[in-house]
Write a protein that binds this ligand. Structure first.
Ligand code: 5AD
Ligand code: SF4
Length: 454
C-alpha cells in the first residue's frame, strides 16, 4: 500500500537536501511524496532555527495541522507528525511535551533513522531522536531514485566549529564533519546518471571541507572541485556557504582554472567594522576580507559576490555601521541577504549588555538594503543586451516559457520548448525584472556533453 508523505521545508539549502534524503529513506517503506498535507499519512516539518521566534512559528504551523490530523483519525487512520531539522534539535523533548500533535522529533544528524522511529511509534506512541551519533548517516541512506531537474544539491560537509557569537548552528548542527571523497564522487556520478547537469556542493561551512583524496593526499574543497569537474556530463559546479577564513589558495585557483566552476560566490562578511567582527568572533578583519576579495577577483575577474549582513549587533555604533556601508561600497555585491540582529537564546551575544534598540536597527537595515539593492540592480542592468549561458531548469509561469539560471545564479525566463530542459543555451538578455531576467534564445546549440565516462 502506498502511503502519502508530505514534507515541508524551511530555511537553507541544506534542509532542502535533507528533505529529499528523508523522502529517499521513507520510499522503501511505501511512502510517496505528495504536495499538500491534506489526507497525508505522514507530515514532516523540516525546520530552521536561524530566524527569530523559530520555535513559536513551528508551534503555530503545528496548530494548522490539527484539523487534518483529526479528520484522518475520524477515518480510523493516523497522520504521523514528525518535526525534523534544527528546531527539533534545539527543542528536543520539550516539543513532545508542548504539542500533543507531534509524534516524532528527529534531529538533523539522525533522520536516516526515520523508518525505525515510525516503527517504534506503534499505535499511539511517541518517538524522539536528537543524538549526534558516530555512525555515518550518509552510509545508511539509499541512493536517490529520481531528481527534480538538472540542478541538484549535494551535501559534502556539515556542522560548524566557528562559534560566531550570534549563531545557533554550532549547537543545532554539531561539530564540523566532512563526507569521504569516495562517497561524494559516487553520489555526484549517480546524480549525473539521473540527468543532473549542475551540482551545488553544500555545507554550513562548505569550504572547511577536508578529507583524504583519491591520490591519498589531504584535499580541501578546491581539490574536490577539480576532481568532480572531470565527471563527463556534469557541466556546472557551485558551492555554498563559505567562510572567509577557509578560502584557501587551492580553492581560489579552482576559480581561475575550472570552467565548470560557476563565477558566483556567497561569502558572508556580516559587518564592516573590526570591533563588531571581533565581537562576532568572525576571526578576520574588514581589510582581510577586502584583500581576499582582491585575490578572488584576480583569479576570476567576472565573479559575482554575494554576502549576508547583520545590522544592530550588540554594541554596534553609528560609526561601526558606517564601516559596513563603506565596505559594501568598496566591494560591490551582486546579491545580498541582510538581517536585523536578533538574540538567539543560549548564544553568547544574546547575553551582551549593549543591545541596539529596534528602531535604530530598522533604520540601519533600510539604509543598508537601499545600497545593496542599488548594487544588485546595477549588476543585473549590466547583463542587458549581453548573451549569457543559461541552464534551463523547469517550466516557467506561462506556457511555452522556461526558467533557467545564468552562471551568476540569476533566474532567467526564456521562451523555449519543454524538451530543452536540461540544456545549456545562449540567451540574449532583453529585460531586467526585480528578481530575474528575461531574454531570447540565441542558440539552441548546447554545450556538447562528453560521453558519460567515469
Ligand atoms: N540574528 C540575525 N541574523 C542572523 N543570522 C544568523 N544568526 C543571526 C542572528 N542571531 C544570519 C547571518 C547568517 C545568515 C544565514 O543568517 O547573516 O550568515
Ligand atoms: Fe553560524 Fe558562524 Fe558557523 Fe556560519 S560560521 S554557521 S554564522 S557559527
Amino acid at each position: 500500500m502506498t502511503r502519502k508523505l508530505f514534507i515541508k521545508t524551511y530555511g537553507c539549502q541544506m534542509n532542502a537536501y535533507d528533505s529529499a534524503r528523508m523522502a529517499d529513506v521513507m520510499a522503501p517503506h511505501g511512502y510517496a511524496i505528495v504536495d499538500a498535507p491534506d489526507g497525508a499519512d505522514m507530515v514532516v516539518l523540516n525546520t530552521c532555527h536561524i530566524r527569530e521566534k523559530a520555535a513559536e512559528k513551528v508551534y503555530s504551523e503545528l496548530g494548522r495541522l490539527r484539523a487534518l490530523k483529526q479528520e484522518k483519525a475520524a477515518q480510523g487512520e493516523r497522520m504521523i507528525v514528525a518535526v525534523a531539522g534544527c528546531v527539533a534539535q534545539a527543542e528536543g523533548e520539550e516539543m513532545l511535551r508542548r504539542s500533543d500533535l507531534v509524534d516524532i522529533v528527529v534531529g538533523p544528524q539522525v533522520y536516516h533513522r526515520l523508518p525505525e522511529l515510525v516503527a517504534r511509534l506503534g499505535r499511539d506512541g511517541k518517538a524522539l531522536d536528537t543524538e549526534f551519533p558516530t555512525d555515518d548517516k550518509f552510509d545508511a541512506m539509499p541512493e536517490t531514485k529520481a531528481v527534480e531537474g538538472p540542478a541538484a544539491f549535494l551535501t559534502v560537509q556539515e556542522g560548524c566549529d566557528k562559534f560566531c557569537t550570534f549563531c545557533v548552528v554550532p549547537y543545532t548542527r554539531g561539530a564540523e564533519y566532512s563526507r569521504p571523497v569516495s562517497q561524494i564522487v559516487a553520489e555526484a556520478r549517480h546524480l549525473v546518471d539521473l540527468g543532473v547537469r549542475e551540482i551545488t556542493l553544500l555545507g554550513q561551512n562548505v569550504n572547511a571541507f577536508h578529507g583524504a583524496g583519491v591520490d591519498g593526499e589531504a584535499w580541501g574543497l578546491g581539490q574536490l572541485i577539480r576532481h568532480l569537474a572531470r565527471i563527463g556530463g556534469l557541466e556546472r559546479l557551485r558551492y555554498t556557504t563559505s567562510h572567509p577564513r577557509d578560502m584557501d589558495d587551492e580553492l581560489i585557483a579552482a576559480h581561475r582554472d575550472e570552467a565548470k566552476l560557476m563565477p558566483y560566490l556567497h561569502l558572508p562578511v556580516q559587518a564592516g567594522s573590526d570591533t563588531v567582527l571581533e565581537a562576532m568572533n568572525r576571526g578576520h578583519t574588514a581589510d582581510d576580507y577586502r584583500r581576499l576579495v582582491g585575490r578572488i577577483r584576480a583569479a576570476r575577474p567576472d565573479i559575482a559576490l554575494s554576502s549576508d549582513f547583520i545590522v544592530g549587533f550588540p554594541g554596534e555604533t553609528d560609526r561601526d555601521f558606517e564601516a559596513t556601508l563603506d565596505l559594501v561600497r568598496e566591494v560591490g555585491f551582486a546579491q545580498s541577504f541582510s538581517f536585523k540582529y536578533s538574540a538567539r537564546p543560549g548564544t553568547p551575544a544574546a547575553a551582551a549588555r549593549k543591545q541596539v534598540p529596534d528602531d535604530v536597527k530598522a533604520d540601519r537595515l533600510a539604509r543598508l538594503q537601499a545600497l545593496l539593492d542599488e548594487q544588485a540592480t546595477a549588476f543585473a542592468q549590466d547583463c542587458l543586451d549581453r548573451s549569457i549561458d543559461v541552464l534551463l531548469e523547469k517550466p516557467g509561469r506561462y506556457p511555452g516559457q522556461l526558467i533557467g539560471r545564468s552562471p551568476y545564479l540569476q533566474a532567467v525566463h526564456v521562451v523555449a520548448p519543454d524538451h530543452a530542459i536540461g540544456d545549456i543555451v545562449s540567451v540574449r538578455v532583453s529585460e531586467v525584472m526585480p528578481h530575474s531576467l528575461r531574454g531570447e534564445l540565441v542558440s539552441t546549440a548546447r554545450t556538447p556533453i562528453a560521453a558519460v565516462a567515469h
